[in-house]
Design a protein around this ligand. Structure first.
Ligand code: MSP
Length: 650
């Protein structure tokens, strides 16, 4: 296996995730992409390569500016706060990134400005007027003919008409060069099933790209004209260049070996990004891989459906290793895939714990109980030779899957080998007489194949597998993956690696920070208001008995706490889609959290009777559930006026 380029220079490997928008907190989709890059980085490190793994956050643009304004924060404070949650996600999921780039870093801003000067020098930037449509959530320009029913063709949301002076990047210059490049580098766009669509679109012709905006300020100043800021995508893609702390490091690692993302941003990475690099006269990435989308219980993840999966919550409930293992075992990187908590528990229990962890315990504990360390083997029989053949076959298939960016396929193969080892051990029946040459030889071989499997599984459940490495007292490089490194008499220990997971659906009220947008009289009741409350991705109509306590003016624009998983009910012929938390004496609960931030989550709908059984109270001036402080991001909720400790909230 070729670990080295020449002499003792380590082969380099540069892998990136997209840099994520900070308008909202991370969800399981972001986690999936970062884990994909992480699994790749870990395997390449195992293969003794000099890995540079980049992730980060995309912090400019109209979408972020709007989100900051909505939360009542200035953009810089807002992005500082939001970027932290993406950093935290890396820690929680054991993402082994070497750099976390933020587009508000001064190093990044400087590089963007320098590169724009350079691209301008090569004659690829000109001034014109942009007239067309803009999708703010996607930060994407569209021409009229691309719209579908007047909406964004990518996300189906409303687009804004724009007509403004702008600087353009001559993307149209690169049509032929790109088509030639795709032809000469068939592995550039991956997986294969997404490639042809891009090529077809490029063949239809490329429009020049508007790369500046002058109607808002939250962006990097355009160095050729201070009235403009740089278009957020032109800015963001350059984070792959600005990630390096020195020119020397950049030269060492350039170009990216693998850039991962989901399918909706493949166009930017496979067309705009390579054209930018051609203009900059820089080498193009080796491969761009666009995986599918994660749905949840069969539906697109969305705040309004209320099925957005929180990776922090999943990691706390089931462990970061369990999430990672499940995703690569269950989701094919080629297609869309479904995230289901129940399925996660089943997969991890049967395929990581039953198939591998239990086998690990059976083999290691048998050795510890019966021998002084690894037993000494005699001649191998047909069964041992066959197992070793399978080991060699699996190792080369796994290596090939990693080299073609398919860790999902690699995991399937490793688990198959683990099943074969289970079968081998079962047929060996060493417990009938541990002291026979057959049993000793069998355990020597089983322990060594187990060691190889342990190392092959390392990227897919690193915490558990590092524990396994310690128990086996072994640490291998990929080039030795099929070598029997556990030698006769070598001491090992035995421990249970992972306890079985239990599927627990915890039913709690789903509490979300919401802003009261309007207050109107209830048409049929004296004591009720009908409120329109913004809870982030959607608005809820809520009927509230607050008229005896608050005037409309006192309610409007207040950020309060919405119970968002109550079954809708009709109150005097007006539908109410939730309720606001208030103390039993009518004092409302409020918060400084960003609108849409959750204090607790639950996908199950509950009725009012169930809701009234929860123990929500004010303790030390703050909202608690079962005595535990409810946190909305890094903010708490509190009564709008002082109330005594222990006051019930409903
Ligand atoms: N900021 C841009 C990327 C700039 S890269 C120079 C952006 N950010 S994003 O926050 O919207 O992240 C998009 C990426 O997050 C997707 O391409 C994918 O990697 C990941 N995912 C977001 N939702 C996802 C799913 N539902 N399923 C799988 N991945 C998802 O676009």
């Amino acid at each position: 296996m070729d670990n080295y380029l020449s002499g003792d220079t380590l082969k380099k490997y540069y892998v990136t995730t997209p840099i994520y928008y900070v308008n909202d907190v991370p969800h399981i989709g972001h986690a999936f992409t970062s884990l994909f890059a992480d699994v790749m980085a870990r395997w390449h490190r195992l293969n003794n390569e000099d890995v540079f793994f980049l992730t980060g956050t995309d912090e400019h643009g109209k979408k972020i500016e709007k989100a900051a304004a909505k939360s009542g924060k200035n953009p810089k404070d807002f992005v500082d706060q939001m970027s932290e949650s993406f950093k935290q996600l890396c820690k929680t999921l054991n993402i082994s990134n070497d750099c976390f780039i933020r587009t508000t870093d001064s190093r990044h801003k400087k590089i963007v400005k320098d590169i724009i000067q350079q691209v301008a020098k090569s004659g690829d930037i000109y001034k014109g007027v942009y007239s067309g449509w803009y999708c703010v959530p996607d930060e994407t320009y569209w021409i009229e003919s691309q719209l579908v029913d007047g909406k964004c063709p990518s996300c189906s949301r409303v687009v804004e008409k724009i007509s403004e002076e702008s600087y353009f990047f001559k993307l149209s210059n690169y049509q032929d060069k790109l088509l030639k490049f795709y032809k000469e580098h068939p592995e550039f766009i991956q997986p294969e099933n997404r490639k042809q669509e891009i090529i077809n679109r490029v063949q239809q012709g490329l429009h020049d790209l508007s790369i500046t905006r002058s109607t808002f300020n939250w962006g990097i100043e355009f160095p050729l004209d201070k009235k403009h800021v740089v278009y957020v995508w032109f800015d963001a893609l350059l984070s792959y260049v600005s990630a390096f702390s020195s020119e020397k490091n950049r030269q060492k690692h350039w170009p990216p070996d693998l850039q991962v993302m989901a399918k909706e941003i493949l166009w930017f990475h496979s067309v705009i990004w390579p054209a930018m690099l051609m203009s900059m006269k820089k080498k193009l990435p080796e491969a761009i891989f666009a995986h599918g989308w994660l749905t949840v219980d069969g539906r697109k993840m969305s705040k309004s459906v209320g099925n957005v999966v929180d990776p922090f919550e999943m990691a706390e409930k089931y462990s970061a290793d369990a999430i990672r293992f499940f995703l690569f075992r269950d989701i094919s990187l080629e297609d869309d895939g479904d995230f289901s908590e129940k399925h996660l528990v089943e997969r991890v229990n049967t395929e990581l714990i039953d198939n591998y962890c239990n086998l690990f315990y059976r083999i290691t504990s048998f050795i510890v109980r019966n021998y002084q360390g690894i037993p000494t083997p005699s001649k191998f029989s047909k069964n041992e030779n066959e197992l070793i053949r399978n080991l060699n076959k699996t190792a080369s298939a796994v290596e090939n899957h990693f080299k073609t960016n398919r860790p999902d396929k690699a995991l399937t193969d490793v688990l198959k080998l683990s099943s074969e080892l289970n079968k081998y051990f079962q047929e060996l029946k060493p417990w009938e007489d541990p002291n026979t040459a057959k049993a000793k030889t069998g355990l020597y071989v089983a322990a060594n194949v187990l060691n190889s499997i342990t190392h092959m599984l390392l990227p897919f459940a690193p915490v558990t597998l590092q524990r396994a490495q310690k128990i086996l007292n072994a640490k291998m490089n990929w080039k030795d993956i099929t070598t029997f490194e556990l030698e006769p008499k070598q001491k090992i220990s035995a421990k249970i690696l992972m306890e079985k997971l239990e599927f627990k659906e915890i039913i709690v009220p789903k509490l979300i920070a919401g802003n009261i947008k309007s207050v109107s009289e209830h048409p049929n009741a004296d004591k009720l208001y009908v409120l329109e409350v913004d809870i982030g991705a959607e608005s809820r109509q809520i009927v509230a008995a607050l008229k005896s306590y608050y005037t409309p003016g006192q309610l409007k624009n207040r950020t309060v706490i919405v119970v968002a998983n109550l079954e809708p009910s009709i109150i005097r012929s007006v539908e109410s889609q939730g309720m606001l938390l208030a103390c039993e004496n009518g004092v409302l609960l409020e918060t400084k959290a960003i609108v849409g931030t959750k204090g607790s989550d639950c996908m199950k709908k509950i009725n009012y009777k169930k809701f009234s059984e929860f123990n929500l109270r004010v303790e030390k001036g703050k909202l608690t559930l079962d005595g535990k402080l409810v946190m909305f991001g890094n903010q708490q909720a509190y009564p709008e006026r002082k109330v005594v400790d222990g006051t019930r909230v409903m």
